[in-house]
Design a protein around this ligand. Sequence first.
Ligand SMILES: Cc1cc2nc3c(=O)[nH]c(=O)nc-3n(C[C@H](O)[C@H](O)[C@H](O)COP(=O)(O)OP(=O)(O)OC[C@H]3O[C@@H](n4cnc5c(N)ncnc54)[C@H](O)[C@@H]3O)c2cc1C
Length: 400
Amino acid sequence: MSTQQRRAVVVGAGVGGLAAAGALARDGWQVDLLERRPQIRAVGAGLSLWPNALRAIAAIDPAAVDQLRGRNELQDMVGLRRPDGRWLSRVEPSPAGAEDADSAGAADAFTVPLMVTRPKLYDVLRDLVPAESLHLGRTATGVDAGPAGAVVRTDGEEYPADLVVAADGIHSRLRTSVDPRTRTRGAGYVTWRALIPPESAPALVSGSETWGRGQRFGCIPLADGGVYWYATLAHADPRYRADGAEDLPGLFADWHDPVPRLLGATPPDRIIRTDIELLWPLPRTFVRDRLVLLGDAAHAMTPDLGQGACQALEDAVELATVVRSAGPGEVPAALPEYDRLRRARTTGLARQARVLGLIGQVRNPLGARLRDRLISLVPANKASRSLTSPTTWEPTGVRS
Ligand SMILES: Cc1cc2nc3c(=O)[nH]c(=O)nc-3n(C[C@H](O)[C@H](O)[C@H](O)COP(=O)(O)OP(=O)(O)OC[C@H]3O[C@@H](n4cnc5c(N)ncnc54)[C@H](O)[C@@H]3O)c2cc1C
């Protein structure tokens, strides 16, 4: 590798951009991280970080995972219910250590997902980025990236770079320089989510998700006694209001316990409401010359698997690995490996999340009955394993 200083410009200080800037800086890159907002702002309540995400963070800095760990590990999610409370599918506890003893990840430290608050995650990731790298209130307006070099433009300034990372979110401005064809679209449903702190949360032994017709509700106890819950409603439901004026408790008033109790225990100002969007089709490539797409800019997916931010963290680690030994002139030749490592995996997960969301949101009574019948025929442990199999991912650098 050449000893010449390598320069990276990362656009967007969300989960993906912070992690990428941190990982590259640790490898000796001179990093400029441009964020359009005047401060780093985490939007949203909590975020589930699955073992794959924790391994990615640990690959950047193991101490960062220790800072995230608290008493808010997610506890068991045991199955799928109907609105009347009957179980459609329920995971039976296996004899200790018997199940999955040989599966990847079972032997490492990361077997339990963490529920972290977004501000906490942002604080931890921000600490990975050198203070002088962070430029707040700086909007990237365009990029010229070719085989010989790259430059990112903002209002009034230009940042030359050997590598440009577009981590500017689902509505990425830089994405058109990689693939102008990709579009965002509505997923056809709205979500609500909240964290109830231990002092006001109803006691919950285990978590579950409940599927109605065009409506879902999930709740998961946290190790500290708090509860994380989320709810969805199809846009096609006449009770949906584009202006957000739905009667949320009313939507779930006749659902099984503890659904109405959880909604009743949550102050309205703690509830985050989001109309879900996704990127589809995904870009045909994540790379052009010296420019790469990362995180939601590359593969914004529906939250049905809870993997969007986890994938942004994986992207960051794999990107740093593929350019680790590349000199400034060798960056374009190194980047196709990032595309190879990341595009197939994230496309598969985005598709899986979308399909799961569509199945969960079925409104037609006949379709919903058929769905419920089919679910009850699949052994629950098998279904659960197929949903958690993506979380066995490990960074390329540590694979044997
Ligand atoms: C309801 C819901 C629940 C979710 N739950 C989970 C979960 O449990 N687990 C999980 O892993 N994922 C979850 N996700 C997905 C997760 O939130 C996203 O995938 C993740 O936050 C994407 O991070 P990012 O850094 O790629 O993009 P973003 O967080 O969107 O960050 C992009 C940043 O770029 C900045 N920016 C944009 N344009 C410019 C510009 N031109 N110049 C400079 N800066 C710019 C923005 O201000 C922003 O700070 C959920 C999503 C939703 C909607």
